[in-house]
Design a protein around this ligand. Structure first.
Ligand SMILES: [Zn+2]
Length: 138
């Protein structure tokens, strides 16, 4: 058998595959799909380009990384020791943009739910929360 990939190349490929499959958004998408829900991904015509959109219910879900979106958890409260001002300004801008996009969505009649990366360590609980959110009357 001729191995066409170098060891290094294979290592890169494997790391890419692994990071793709463990991505929190994928965990949620797979769970909801298995539960029978159908949705649209990253709709660019909606404010904030929500990760998941349920057009019939006018509901959207954002899957946010704890660090970038400054979640109130141990991963969200990390402050990098180098360039800390740069990072805190960048993260503050993200938090403000999130709030603005959410207001824009609500003004258009859409309801939004944020799912945090850290919560997806226990996907069953998140899926229950999402199912309740989707079932709720607008
Ligand atoms: Zn978190």
């Amino acid at each position: 058998v001729v191995d066409v990939l170098s060891v290094e190349q294979r290592r890169l490929n494997m790391s890419r595959i692994r990071s793709k499959n463990t991505k929190p958004e994928m965990v949620l998408r797979r769970s909801l799909h298995a539960a029978g829900y159908r949705f649209r991904l990253h709709r660019g015509d909606l404010p904030g380009k929500p990760d998941l959109a349920f057009p019939g219910r006018r509901k959207v879900i954002f899957v946010n990384g704890c660090f970038w979106h400054s979640h109130d958890c141990r991963w969200g409260s990390v402050t990098p020791t180098t360039n800390s001002e740069f990072w805190s300004a960048k993260r503050q801008a993200t938090v403000e943009r999130d709030a603005r996009k959410r207001r824009e969505l609500e003004a258009l009649g859409w309801q939004a739910l944020t799912v945090w990366e850290c919560e997806l360590k226990t996907p069953e609980e998140v899926v229950r929360e999402v199912v309740a959110f989707l079932a709720r009357a607008p």
